[in-house]
Design a protein around this ligand. Sequence first.
Ligand SMILES: [Zn+2]
Length: 306
Amino acid sequence: MADDDVPFNKHFLLEPGVVEEVRPGIRRVLCNNPSPFTFTGTVSYIVGQGNVAIIDPGPDNAPHAAALLDAVRGETVTHILVTHTHRDHSPNTGRLKTATGAIVYAEGPHRASRPRHESEKHSPESGADRDFKPDVTVGHGDVIEGDGWRLEAVATPGHTANHLAFAWAEHSVSFVGDHVMGWSTSIVAPPDGAMVDYMSSLNRLAGRAEQLYLSGHGPEIPEGPRYARFLIRHRQAREASILHRLAKGEADIPTMVRAIYIGIDPRLTRAAGYSVLAHLEDLVARGVVATDGDPVIGGTYRLVNS
Ligand SMILES: [Zn+2]
């Protein structure tokens, strides 16, 4: 295996609506919203027993809300935690809050990583849930405690500006949302996402002690920090590929996508373009790559000093 090959795991047999105990005190329920972006669907987690927290209620999906409420029948949902404001993670919050009266915790409403350039509209990939508002805003290092569980918020911007992971140190577990996924790399699409933030968030997680990562999509990741380091090397290799392509002459983003993402699922081509843009934005900020005007999806890029 090359250094930049990520050991993806697409083995995930959880069926929608079925409650599964991942570890003592942690249950998960899959929503039936499979897609090229969500894999088999969004995974919601139930933390604790008796008085519980639900992490990521999922998309606007009544059957999934019913499955979650069914899973906690006879128990009390005291907390709802949201990792980030994408439409496959947060919109069901209202439904669960109405049914349970739980308090909603998240970093804040949806926002972009940087101001939009003049030529940019909302990118369709962002899938932002702009209606979401937490009851309690949570910052890096804040601790959210319930009956028998204690979660520390770990700021992990990059996929979105407001992304949080929730670390349960006592169990060496981190709920990592879409920041780290076992089945695929994460989408980092400017302006909602930012590559510099994404990389430093990976380093932040990799430097922590929690080993088991539980993601918003796909199977658990047993050696989380090691896996995060694979993702870091993967992005470094992608950056090198972009520079390698630009060394042959200036190029636009579709040209770079064709050169770098061989055999990509056509449904993911646009997302790949935004990932390349995320790298280019970083390279332009570092003075390695130049473009005319702001680094945007339609721009042409060249190496500085060539
Ligand atoms: Zn997401």
